[in-house]
Design a protein around this ligand. Structure first.
Ligand code: HEC
Length: 140
């Protein structure tokens, strides 16, 4: 009996180990693949410090005069939940260290880069800007 429980526990631990590994792998591969794609689109070496600056840079919206940055919705602390500036909806933390779903899905990342760069900066981000921001976010 004791042995059975032990085996069951062992396989449970094993399975938990595997799924954690898969989550981390998904994150690393989505980020690596996107960085490679941005490179092919003309980005040079990514720079997380520039990414952080861009993330925090405040831009005045030409139409509304509103001050906007990525921080507006995602907050200054990437480990904390954010709040949508327009709808008030809760946004889950951006930091992969506290939210394992982050940066695991290339399509999702691209979709939100497109939408959020347009809203925040009034234009889409360049491959270099996306690479820099991604490098910054991946370390959080
Ligand atoms: C108006 C509010 C708002 C602003 C400003 C904003 N975001 Fe977001 N962002 C969202 C929402 C909403 C989501 C999708 C919901 C979610 O994933 O929790 C999201 C998701 C993302 C994701 C997807 C991450 C993933 O893997 O889940 C990325 C990348 C992102 N934003 C980047 C940016 C960048 C870069 C900026 C600044 C240029 C920015 N956001 C500014 C609201 C905003």
């Amino acid at each position: 009996m004791a042995i059975k429980v032990n085996r069951r526990m062992m396989s449970a631990i094993f399975l938990v180990g595997i799924s954690c590994g898969l989550v981390v792998t998904a994150q690393v591969s989505a980020v690596q693949e996107l960085l490679a794609e941005y490179g092919r689109e003309g980005a040079g070496k990514y720079n997380a410090v520039n990414g952080e600056k861009l993330w925090k840079r405040v831009q005045v919206d030409a139409k509304t005069g509103q001050k906007r940055s990525c921080v507006t919705c995602h907050t200054n602390d990437l480990r904390k939940p954010g709040k949508h500036a327009r709808t008030g909806k809760l946004i889950k933390p951006m930091a992969p260290s506290v939210n394992a779903d982050r940066l695991t899905d290339k399509k999702k990342i691209e979709k939100w880069f497109h939408r959020n760069c347009k809203w925040t900066l009034g234009r889409i981000c360049t491959p270099q800007e996306k690479a820099d921001i991604l490098a910054y976010l991946a370390n959080q």
